[in-house]
Design a protein around this ligand. Structure first.
Ligand SMILES: Cc1ncc(COP(=O)(O)O)c(C=O)c1O
Length: 415
């Protein structure tokens, strides 16, 4: 599953002891295994070998160029949701015809950028976006290739914040309005529909929501055929979950098998937008214990990583496994593992049983590769952590630690 393992009680990433990296780069830091990244992409992508497909890694999960290049070198495309992600993708040398652009609020300058780049398709999420895209494409003398993102009303049985395919969610176009929107596209001079798209949510640990969603989309493809609207690409989004704690998500092979079976008679290229399943367990966050504090009701381990570094526990009440980097065994304690930020919501774990820790001990927050660094911020004016990539016996700093100099924004030079 991943390349983080103990050797003589010390946690390694591939062949590098994590203590060695901490000594050289300081803490906290994000750490990724190149072998795990590559292996996860290959396992996922090859599971779809039986059909025409394109695996577009969802950049929002992990956007470091070194990580993106790993997948692009293996033939992958990307799913983007902003001009910034397009910029990163192009800098990682992805072929424009392997880029799909999702998102409910694309700005005009982002539409212009993507049209000039010549991406594969825009996943359009509303009729007003269609109107604007047509105008912008006309002004630039371009034709925008699009898929409509439809909202199939499927409960993905995940956290409400990462559930996107329900009626109450802001995403996509109602399936009941899809046909009329495709008909409207026919009348637009600078837009051509080539696909259909849906993404129902993230960290989905069952197959049935994917199958249900695909069946609904298939019905639409068939209806569109009758209207002489040909769909070349069916984009099913991302969403396959990973094990953070006890979850038992389907293996990508099982996921692929059921989708391939459903796609049999469609004659479409299947596009997939996986994020978490590729990078989630390929990265960890390493942090150092600063202080121990005994409250009257709780014991706290205060570490140097905080919610600005990894927001998932605070935002989604998400569980992240936490392990000592050097496992001395010995007694266990039940503690809250918290950061230095001035919010009671700043915690990495609550009421967690862990081997007794002391100041300067290192901890590894596991499964932090997806939506970890990409959701980090400068809250409390904390410089962002560096990102490190291990490959075999070597490690590389793929993003430097931010310095106080990086926080100087807003101060006029003359003052
Ligand atoms: C449109 C779209 N595609 C793909 C993804 C990637 O999802 P995941 O990381 O769960 O595979 C997301 C994330 O929510 C998304 O919004």
């Amino acid at each position: 599953m991943h390349d983080f393992h103990y050797y003589q009680n010390e946690l390694y990433c591939e062949e590098v002891p994590i203590t060695k990296i901490a000594d050289e780069v300081g803490t906290p830091f994000y750490l990724y295994s190149f072998h795990t990244l590559e292996n996860h992409f290959k396992v996922f992508d090859s599971a779809f070998d039986g059909i025409d497909h394109l695996t577009c890694f969802s950049i929002k999960a992990a956007s470091n160029l070194a990580i993106l290049k790993t997948f692009i070198n293996l033939g992958g495309g990307v799913d983007i949701v902003s001009g910034g992600e397009l910029f990163r993708a192009l800098n990682a040398n992805v072929a424009p015809n392997k880029i799909v652009f999702s998102g409910v609020g694309k700005q005009i300058k982002e539409l212009e950028y993507a049209l000039t780049t010549g991406i594969l398709m825009f996943n359009v999420e509303s009729s007003s976006e269609l109107t604007i895209l047509n105008q912008v494409a006309g002004r630039l003398g371009k034709k925008a290739h699009i898929a409509l993102r439809v909202n199939p009303h499927i409960d993905p049985k995940t956290h409400p914040y990462i559930s996107t395919g329900l009626k109450k969610n802001k995403f996509g176009i109602e399936t009941t309005q899809a046909i009329e929107n495709y008909q409207a596209v026919k009348k637009l001079e600078h837009v051509e529909s080539i696909g259909i798209d849906c993404h129902i949510g993230s960290q989905i640990t069952e197959l049935s929501p994917f199958v249900e969603a695909l069946r609904k989309v298939k019905e639409l493809v068939q209806l569109l055929k009758k209207e002489n609207i040909e769909i070349k690409y069916l984009d099913l989004g991302g969403g396959l979950g990973i094990t953070y704690q006890q979850e038992q998500p389907p293996h990508p092979k099982e996921y692929a098998e059921v989708l391939i079976e459903e796609m049999k008679d469609l004659n479409c290229t299947l596009i997939l937008e996986p994020g978490r399943v590729i990078v989630g367990n390929a990265g960890i966050l390493v942090s150092k214990v600063l202080y121990l504090k005994q409250g009257t009701e709780k014991s706290f381990v205060i570490v140097d990583a905080a919610m600005n570094d990894l927001i998932r526990p605070s935002l989604y009440a998400a569980f992240q496994a936490i392990q000592p980097v050097v496992n001395t065994g010995g007694e266990e304690m039940v503690v809250d593992i918290v950061g230095p930020i001035c919010e009671s919501g700043d915690f990495l774990a609550q009421d967690r049983k862990i081997t007794c820790l002391k100041p300067n001990d290192l901890i590894a927050v596991m499964s932090a590769g997806a939506y970890g660094f990409t959701m980090s911020s400068n809250y409390n004016s904390r410089p962002r952590a560096p990102e490190i990539l291990v490959r075999g016996k070597e490690f590389h700093v793929i993003r430097e630690r931010e310095s106080y100099g990086d926080l100087k924004t807003g101060i006029p030079d003359s003052e």
